[in-house]
Design a binder for this molecule. Structure first.
Ligand SMILES: [Fe+2]
Ligand SMILES: [Fe+2]
Length: 403
């Protein structure tokens, strides 16, 4: 047994509450910022990290329940919501990455590394296991940010002031654990009006934008190669589905934790669907910055409130898209295109859960946000809305049940 002074079980609970708070704030800010970040590489990382942050929260909440803490945000320091707001109120990619990753996640990683020494680890083995479980993802995230940040920092002059503000807030609250020395609260820099939720999803200015009138679906039987490329370009554009879920997640903080954990996973799944498209189009000889970006789906969906977007996605678009995936798997298997068949088989498997989550959470959303409609009524209304408003013919076909 180490002769060092250890934290009590009550202090341990307070530390864990703060760790969970920071990861939950990171999850929400990164979700909200996913559509606002134009850099493609950053989007790919952030989509994964929304899920890893959510899962870290879930694991810590589990340990807190074992320690008989059922309300992990109760009596939390008032400075922590200020840090969460500062994440959200970042002005650009550099400020998001600097505050979330280079300040808070980096210090959280250090706190998790020292937690086994801080606690009575001989008696608190389950918390030690939690720390050991969370460290590898956090290490990867921080290493990514350290390597990536210098490639974009020069594009966003002035980011240092916002980073310093968050460094100051954290120091004023005794650091990650809250037990350190407390410095004086920093002054909030000027400006920084909240940009979330993003009404239009952002892309690098030189990336091509999708033109609906030029989107002609090649015939699957007579032009299988043309069809395959067309289909995987649309997969690449599932980035917009991830972005839609990011804004939905950011706009529905009143919902219970289990919903947020599910939506974070749903977001990452859609990012993975974009990535299976990205992998396949590159194998087929295209560069990512040659794929026209279907920003229109995100932008038109953002004219709807979050509840309606969620109902549209999970009770109309996703169930209606299922039969096409089964047909495509059989089609590619018949052509012995194992890679395409494997990709779509995992997409299909993920979609089963998305539809199930839609059935579970749409009624709760309707109730929470005081909609008078039943889940059936909102589904019918959203189906009609999509026929009017979608810029993508593929989705219109799905609404008509044509494959
Ligand atoms: Fe998908
Ligand atoms: Fe999906």
């Amino acid at each position: 047994m180490s002769p060092l002074k250890h934290i009590t079980i009550e202090e341990n609970v307070e530390y864990l509450k703060r760790y969970a708070f920071f990861e939950r704030a990171a999850m929400r800010a990164l979700a909200g910022w996913l559509p606002g970040v134009p850099e493609w590489d950053a989007k790919n990382e952030i989509g994964l990290d929304v899920w890893e942050s959510a899962d870290a929260v879930d694991v810590i909440y589990g340990r807190l329940r074992e320690l008989r803490c059922y309300q992990p945000e109760r009596n939390i320091s008032p400075v922590l919501p200020q840090i969460a707001s500062a994440f959200d109120e970042s002005a650009n990619t550099a400020e998001v990455i600097a505050t979330v990753y280079l300040v808070v996640k980096k210090q959280l990683l250090e706190a998790l590394r020292t937690h086994p020494e801080a606690t009575w680890s001989d008696f608190d083995n389950p918390t030690v296991k939690v720390a050991e479980q969370l460290i590898p993802s956090l290490e990867r995230q921080v290493a990514w940010a350290d390597a990536y940040f210098p490639t974009i920092a020069a594009n966003y002059p002035g980011w240092e002031a916002w980073r310093d503000y968050v460094v100051g807030l954290l120091a004023a609250d005794g650091g990650i654990s809250g037990a350190g020395e407390k410095s004086e609260a920093p002054a909030r820099p000027e400006g920084h009006a909240l940009l979330l939720p993003w009404m239009e999803c952002q892309r690098m200015p030189d990336w091509p934008i999708f033109k609906p009138e030029e989107d002609i679906q090649p015939d699957r039987e007579t032009d299988p190669e043309g069809y395959r490329l067309w289909r995987f370009k649309h997969y690449t554009n599932e980035m917009t589905a991830a972005e839609t879920l990011g804004s939905i997640l950011w706009m529905t903080p009143e919902m219970i934790w289990e919903y947020q954990h599910n939506v974070a996973r749903h977001l990452w799944d859609e990012l993975r669907h974009s990535q299976l498209g990205q992998t396949r189009v590159q194998q087929l000889g295209l560069k990512l910055n040659e794929i026209p970006q279907v920003v229109q789906i995100y932008n038109v969906m953002m004219t709807l409130p979050a509840v309606e977007q969620y109902a549209l996605l999970t009770t109309v678009i996703e169930p209606n898209g299922m039969p096409e995936k089964t047909t495509n798997r059989e089609h590619w298997e018949a052509l012995e295109d194992e890679i395409s068949a494997a990709a779509v088989s995992y997409d299909w498997s993920d979609e089963n859960f998305h539809v199930r989550w839609g059935q579970k959470w749409t009624p709760v959303l309707l109730k929470t946000y005081n909609y008078p409609e039943t889940p059936d009524e909102i589904r019918v209304r959203m189906e009609a809305w999509m026929l009017e408003n979608t810029p993508v013919k593929m989705q219109q076909n799905h609404a008509h049940h044509e494959y």
